[in-house]
Design a protein around this ligand. Structure first.
Ligand code: NAD
Ligand code: UD1
Length: 381
């Protein structure tokens, strides 16, 4: 039955579902038996990712418009912007009119490039904060009060060495407009839950809201089929896609930002989490919310393990059997030496922990890169 509190089969709205994290999570949620409505404006993605998710899940992808013309089937795609209130209202109202009201939202849609956020702070606040506010307004109006929100470890800024691995209670200190926009959206969610200013990561909430704020560390890798993966626009800012593009010969060398950090080999240390582990974390967070009293959860999603830049280079060299040329350059402004999650609370609360290693990450990320050297760009379905 749709809308069961136990979440055995729910009608879900996935904003930004065509993106890197959204597409992998869609697959996991379809496999768990849920019905999905994806809303995406394709500002940073392509519908090909969802065609491939449909193929992997063995369901057809139905395309519709915000005023749904047909009963939503297992997997329905609607093109639209989370800031468009008419679009949101039409979607919630028409799903209900077809007897399939939206039970919960997983909200991935947003902008995520730190450097771009410094250049375009108004755009980042518009999409990440105003967009989230409009989505929440529509949810509230249509009595849908369960949401899983994409937050980020970027909120921890430059974590103090005493706080590695980082607990959810570490100070929140965003250091760029991207982080500030995620912080603002988190604060709005806390206000809605009646938990303003309270730092505890697990709290009872008011007004019927069930909310999970998931702070991702460094999501990387791809589905093991090599059919879906990360497809960054232009030159990647992040380490992992840059390394795979060097390995495949699309870029000549990696620039290592600093070898004088206070870390074992002098290069920056991060907590890389396989995107499939992250997707499964969303499934567990959703099920936990649907099975609990109204609450506000704030959880780190990370592995608890750190890997250095040179450690990732070596792991990818071993996987790809190719040398990855790299040169040392000065530190990148805005970088921290080490960010590693304390994932204990997610393990306790969700009975979830990461299952996949750095070797798995490299194997799957490399398969995706080799099979799709230009991402979805020149892909045939
Ligand atoms: P992504 O860019 O691949 O996916 C975001 C999706 O949202 C894209 O499909 C894009 O087209 C869509 N979108 C953007 N603006 C929209 C709008 N106004 N209306 C509708 N759709 C819109 O990014 P991702 O890596 O999948 O990240 C998903 C979420 O997780 C983002 O909110 C991001 O800030 C957050 N996050 C990502 C990382 C990471 O390293 N990937 C880390 C921490 C947090
Ligand atoms: C970056 C963002 C962070 C965001 C995260 C999403 C910055 C300052 N931080 O985090 O807000 O949440 O992406 O995944 O942009 N590195 C190189 N060479 C490269 C690229 C990266 O040496 O070409 C190093 C970095 O210095 C860092 C490590 O690799 O030590 C990881 O970098 P990256 O993948 O960009 O992730 P974060 O810096 O953790």
């Amino acid at each position: 039955m749709l809308g069961d509190r136990d979440g055995s089969m729910a009608q879900l709205l996935i904003t930004g579902g065509a993106g890197f994290l959204g597409s992998h999570t869609c697959l996991v949620l379809l496999e768990a038996g849920h019905q999905l409505l994806v809303l995406d404006d394709f500002s940073n993605s392509s519908a090909i990712s969802l065609e491939r998710v449909a193929e992997l899940a063995g369901v057809p992808l139905q395309r519709d418009q915000p005023t749904l013309k047909a009963t939503p089937e297992a997997f329905t795609l609607v093109e639209g912007d989370i800031r468009d209130t008419q679009c949101l209202d039409a979607l919630f109202a028409s799903a209900k009119a077809f007897g399939q009201p939206i039970d919960a939202v997983i909200h991935f849609a947003g902008l995520k490039a730190v450097g771009e956020s410094v250049q375009q702070p108004l755009r980042y606040w518009d999409v990440n904060v105003v967009g989230t506010q409009r989505l929440l307004t529509a949810m509230n109006f249509h009595h849908c009060r369960t949401i899983v929100f994409s937050s980020s470890a970027t909120l921890y800024g430059y974590p103090h060495p005493n706080q590695i691995p980082i607990p959810e209670t570490a100070p929140i200190q965003p250091i760029n407009p991207y982080g500030a926009s995620k912080h603002a959206a988190e604060a709005l969610l806390a206000d809605l839950a009646g938990c303003s200013g309270k730092p505890e990561p697990i709290q009872a909430s008011s007004g019927g809201w069930r909310i999970a704020r998931l702070r991702y560390f460094n999501p990387v890798g791809a589905h093991p089929s090599g059919r879906i993966g990360e497809d960054p626009n232009g030159i990647p800012n992040n380490l992992f896609p840059f390394i795979t593009q060097v390995a495949v010969g699309r870029r000549p060398e990696l620039t290592v930002f600093g070898d004088d950090w206070p870390t074992p080999d002098g290069t920056g240390v991060r907590d890389y989490i396989h995107v499939m582990d992250l997707a499964e974390g969303h499934r567990e967070a959703l099920h936990s919310l649907l099975n609990s009293d109204p609450q506000l959860l704030t959880l780190n999603l990370g592995s608890g393990q750190g890997a250095s830049v040179l450690g990732v280079v070596k792991a990818m060299e071993a996987t790809s059997q190719r040398a990855i040329p790299h040169r040392i350059a000065p530190r990148r402004p805005g970088d921290a030496a080490i960010t590693v999650a304390n994932p204990t609370l997610a393990a306790q609360q969700l009975h979830w922990r990461t299952q996949r290693s750095l070797t798995d990450i490299c194997r799957d990320g490399w398969a995706w890169q080799q099979d799709n050297p230009n991402g979805y760009g020149e892909a045939c379905l």
